[in-house]
Design a protein around this ligand. Structure first.
Ligand SMILES: Cc1cc2nc3c(=O)[nH]c(=O)nc-3n(C[C@H](O)[C@H](O)[C@H](O)COP(=O)(O)OP(=O)(O)OC[C@H]3O[C@@H](n4cnc5c(N)ncnc54)[C@H](O)[C@@H]3O)c2cc1C
Length: 506
């Protein structure tokens, strides 16, 4: 298939992306008749005379015939996709197919950590480690040392993909180490890991686009303390708490009557540690995305983030927050915090996810006899996600300074398609760095590759660290994303398609 035609002078034109139609809805759009031939190095701007700016959204710079062919094939009516698997080596494809298939079984997902411990006990650390290294660790992690991370980063960079690094530290992992070291030492160790992660994020960023890192507040502040802060927030103590966080960051901290002496010390310590990590990130030009966690922690994360933003987001969105669209309150929360930033003349960076803790949230709500904070069903979560993304993208286009940056973090094709549609509608340049897409490393690679080939900024989120910290972390993520792991069918089908092509050839 080397020619594609678009309807002549229509008011509304449908183009296909991942086999689904994207609607160009602007009434003034006039598409001129166009036939693409592989031999002609045509630019996207040739396709549409009326709206070259919006086409920039799809493909900013078409470098050669091959990439034109790939992009056009990608959105053609044949439904054929650029998967990126064409370039992968056969062994890594077999591994991906096997690991993703295993992760689709409930038994594996629910017993990951136990199986890891049993594997080590039965086969020994070395043998089992080697097996895991080739399978699960190899599929979802970059490697243990800088060299391995750099090597993978270069390969991804050639495919137009960037990395969001994250550490494996979060409070659940504290339980695994408590017998070996004290809590205080654990938090101090986490600071070192976070600083190292900032450095690595900066080192691996070979190409243009924001340098981004992900972290959890509970890596530095105990979740029980976060819950207590949220309770005080709910009682109307927002001003006192804001004052307390601001004072910590200015190193003018005085004990608050809301907390015990020990808690006051913990708040002060955690804020100073955050300050150290953020100052280093600012110096290295790395943006830090604070993950969203549970609803009894999230308000604290946002409040802490706001204090940090006042310090770090005057010229760029160094501190970024996350909103979970499975929460009924997501759109209101985003609007409130966005307005706070714009009123305070601060840059606003946001990651939009569906949310990973649905079952736990529902259980907690039922146990405490509270209203379920999660949207009642899958469709309402989707609608909510799309509403939040549409709202933010509309604000991105209408706001120049201070700027708004958004990361559409999802593996869901419909949401990605909607985001592209909204970018086109709002005339957002895909290379501006204000809108980025993110998927987990080792998952939905076909989607990431398709986006990258079409000129979007795409990141793969990946934990760094040795196998013993990373695998339990991954196991928790896989467990939380049980639903997602069951939906790797398309990944596997495309991988098998590529493998069949290779085996038929030989
Ligand atoms: C880069 C990146 C960063 C992330 N950061 C965070 C973070 O900070 N915090 C966080 O919580 N998660 C985070 N996640 C995970 C994310 O929230 C999702 O769990 C995961 O991405 C799956 O959602 P999806 O949109 O990709 O896939 P989909 O398969 O389209 O959606 C699955 C999600 O839909 C929701 N859902 C499923 N069934 C129902 C139902 N019956 N009712 C209501 N909702 C339902 C759940 O949230 C489920 O996780 C991150 C993901 C990525 C890729």
């Amino acid at each position: 298939m080397n020619s594609i035609s678009f309807p002549c002078r229509v008011r509304c034109c449908s183009v296909h992306w991942l086999g689904r139609p994207i609607m160009f809805k602007e009434p003034a759009a006039k598409f001129t008749f166009f036939k693409y031939k592989k031999s002609e190095g045509l630019k996207w701007s040739n396709i549409c005379q009326a709206r070259p700016a919006s086409l920039k959204c799809i493909q900013t710079e078409v470098k050669n015939n091959t990439s034109v062919a790939r992009s056009l094939r990608h959105i053609s009516h044949t439904g054929e996709q650029v998967t990126g698997f064409e370039k992968a080596n056969t062994l890594s494809l077999i591994r991906a197919a096997a690991v993703l298939k295993l992760c689709s079984y409930d038994f594996v997902v629910n017993n990951g950590i136990k199986m890891f411990d049993i594997g080590i006990a039965v086969f020994g650390r070395r043998a089992f480690g080697a097996f895991m290294r080739w399978t699960f660790y190899g599929q979802f992690c970059l490697g243990t040392n800088n060299e391995e991370i750099m090597k993978t980063s270069r390969i991804l960079n050639d495919a137009g993909l960037k990395l969001i690094l994250c550490t494996t530290v979060e409070e659940e992992s504290l339980n695994r180490v408590l017998d070996k070291q004290s809590e205080k030492a654990w938090f101090e160790e986490n600071v070192k890991s976070l600083l190292d992660c900032v450095k690595k994020t900066s080192d691996v960023a070979i190409s243009q686009g924001p340098k981004i890192m992900q972290m959890k507040l509970t890596a530095l502040m105990k979740s029980s303390l976060c819950e207590k802060i949220t309770q005080h927030l709910n009682k109307g103590n927002e001003d006192d708490l804001t004052e307390m966080f601001d004072a910590c960051l200015a190193n003018k901290f005085e004990d608050s009557p809301l907390f015990t002496a020990d808690e006051n010390q913990q708040v002060h310590g955690a804020m100073l540690q955050l300050l150290e990590v953020l100052s280093y990130a600012e110096k290295k030009d790395v943006y830090i995305m604070l993950d969203a966690e549970y609803t009894d922690i999230n308000p604290t994360i946002v409040l802490v983030a706001k204090s940090l933003m006042k310090r770090f987001n005057k010229t760029k969105p160094t501190v970024q927050t996350t909103y979970q669209a499975y929460l009924k309150s997501a759109l209101d929360d985003v609007k409130k915090d966005l307005d706070f930033c714009l009123r305070s003349n601060l840059h606003f960076g946001v990651k939009i996810v569906r949310g990973a803790y649905m079952n736990a949230e529902r259980h907690k709500a039922a146990a405490k006899n509270r209203e379920d904070p999660i949207c009642e069903d899958w469709n309402s979560t989707n609608d909510n996600y799309n509403r939040v993304v549409s709202h933010i993208l509309q604000r991105v286009s209408s706001q120049t300074k201070p700027a708004i940056n958004v990361t559409v973090a999802t593996h869901n094709e419909e949401s990605v398609t909607l985001a592209i549609d909204r970018m086109i509608w709002n005339k957002i340049d895909s290379s501006s760095g204000q809108v980025t897409f993110a998927q987990i490393y080792g998952l939905s690679d076909y989607l990431s590759n398709s986006l990258a080939v079409n000129g979007f900024l795409v990141y793969k989120s990946v934990p760094i660290g040795g196998m013993e910290e990373t695998l339990p972390y991954l196991s928790r993520r896989v467990h939380e994303n049980n639903g997602l792991m069951k939906k790797t069918r398309k990944d596997r089908d495309l991988i098998w398609k590529e493998l069949r092509k290779r085996f038929v050839l030989f």
